[in-house]
Design a protein around this ligand. Sequence first.
Ligand SMILES: Nc1ncnc2c1ncn2[C@@H]1O[C@H](COP(=O)(O)OP(=O)(O)OP(=O)(O)O)[C@@H](O)[C@H]1O
Ligand SMILES: [K+]
Ligand SMILES: [Mg+2]
Length: 677
Amino acid sequence: MSTVQKKKLLSGPMIRNAVKDSFVKLNPVTLMKNPVMFVVEVGTFIVLMMVLLPGYFHASEALGFNITVFVILLVTVLFANFAEALAEGRGKAQADSLKKTKQDISANKVTGGSIKIVASSELRKGDIVVVSQGELIPGDGEVIEGLASVDESAITGESAPVIKEAGGDFNSVTGGTRVVSDEIKVRITSDPGESFLDRMISLVEGAKRQKTPNEIALNTLLISLTIIFMIVVVTLRPIAGYLDVDLEIPVLIALLVCLIPTTIGGLLSAIGIAGMDRVTQFNVLAMSGKAVEAAGDINTMILDKTGTITFGNRMASEFVPVGKETEEDVAIWAALSSLKDETPEGRSVIELVKKLGYSYDAGLASGAEFIEFRAETRMSGMDLPDGHKVRKGAVDSVKRWVASQGGIIPDNLDQHSNSIAGKGGTPLAVAVGNRIYGLIYLKDTVKPGMKERFEELRKMGIKTIMCTGDNPLTAATIAAEAGVDGFIAESTPENKIEVIRSEQKEGKLVAMTGDGTNDAPALAKADVGLAMNSGTAAAKEAANMVDLDSDPSKIIEVVAIGKQLLMTRGALTTFSIANDIAKYFAIIPAMFTLAIPEMEVLNIMGLGSPSSAIISALIFNAIIIPLLIPLAMRGVSYKPMSSTRLLRRNIFVYGFGGVVVPFLGIKLIDMVVSLWI
Ligand SMILES: Nc1ncnc2c1ncn2[C@@H]1O[C@H](COP(=O)(O)OP(=O)(O)OP(=O)(O)O)[C@@H](O)[C@H]1O
Ligand SMILES: [K+]
Ligand SMILES: [Mg+2]
């Protein structure tokens, strides 16, 4: 994780701002979005009226009590506002630092044959700009010419520059980042106001924060409970009147506030914001809270092999001749097939040929037709002007290509390719026309710790499927070594979409990572699509999350954060509702004891006096909110285990705890309060 983004949980100015915001948020128009707290605010207002106009309400006798109730109710609303303001504070601080990055930059726009200097705000989609060493890239775009190293620390917090180059999956650049060497020509891909930085700012600022479906469902439950308790409390007065018990309005309001789920009502929005924020602190940008929550419910995870499970710097390490061919011939034809292959694999072939000291005629490439590597064909190469067609690629693809030209497959080809695949390497066959010369051994290694992480995922009940374009044997070797649940070999980008679709048909939620343009449809189809920041604009556009550090295995942590968010919300809801039971037993006997002495048997807590019981329950109801803010922000602690076990554990801890804690808390507060009342 980067150091720039990793901030202290809280700072002095953040707390000061949050305190200020708590008062601003008292505005009933904004508070209306939180129905539970809005009811508390209305109650606060009614009690305030009784305090201000005691004569009118015949409430002069109870003035002291009413003032106390008013203050506690007001503080309850302020505490809830404070929780939300505090959660929002960190995003705001981050947005401010991003805004500093977003200054107006001057751009060298290519118009006709000449270069004109314009402001970055004038750039539109499709414009071409030149960016040289030391200059800031004026907008999001794709490199169409050249190669440069780019410092993206303004956005990713990562200080090591990254290479951006035309063609391939590393061509996308972000406005506001700086070219530290060389020069590139960039085609702008976003209009003003719609850039990645703009999106990022509005995301962390929470400007576009919308309630997620889960939050809406929970809110509906909270509103229903509130309405039910309002009916109960309102009907209590005539019933009590029938029994000749006069229930004061402030007492009824206190009862209502204690019974409605104020704890979760006060913390709900903070929990959601803090969950998004945890993802952001992790250098992953989630486009919506919904995406983060979906991550928490994932059943199936699709991972690609190269670069996610393995390091992905697949390097040519050996040339293996087959039939009667020689190593030198394999090397030379491999080099010719790679002269214009700009993939890391292609470049590593040229390196190895140089290292082994073989020479070839690079001039042959002039006038040749370059056959670019594509995931669909799984081959790359060159059609030379002299008629030679040179190819390298996945063994089955090359075999088919050779056979289609009437060639014969050497006997020992499979044996050699299987031996490479059996070691987890990728064999690439090298052929010219209908003749197979041999194999290139591409070496790759499984990242350390993968097995443990997949084990964790399994404990969470998540199935992992590795989808790779590689051959079945390599795939099987890597799959076994990494410990994934299943794998699909020789898969095309379409296959990934099919896997996602078939899992979704079974009602499962699917997550996947990707970086290439050909991953874009699958990223869009998946419930959680995590694109790499280094990837193409299309992939980032399609995904609902972007990893600024471009580490595909981060999807595992994102799922954990999502689960933690859902669990925190569930745990605090359980706690909040369980809590109200104790308050019920504190207040109901207190309300009736004066008129019906027999009710004293219900005073199981042995509270001092009716007034002190009500005040104590109200105080507990208020201070539980700030006491739980750290838990809401940090999230409940989380160990990978199945959802059913988790649910059972949480219901026990937070349900049982939710019943017991307030009994103790209210009793303690009552002991103190009784000294005054
Ligand atoms: N530059 C290249 N030239 C020729 N063939 C290649 C080249 N790069 C990869 N291949 C072959 O094409 C296959 C598919 O490549 P692709 O990048 O689509 O999938 P992959 O990297 O093996 O799998 P993953 O989905 O795990 O990244 C590879 O397994 C390899 O056999
Ligand atoms: K309550
Ligand atoms: Mg790949």
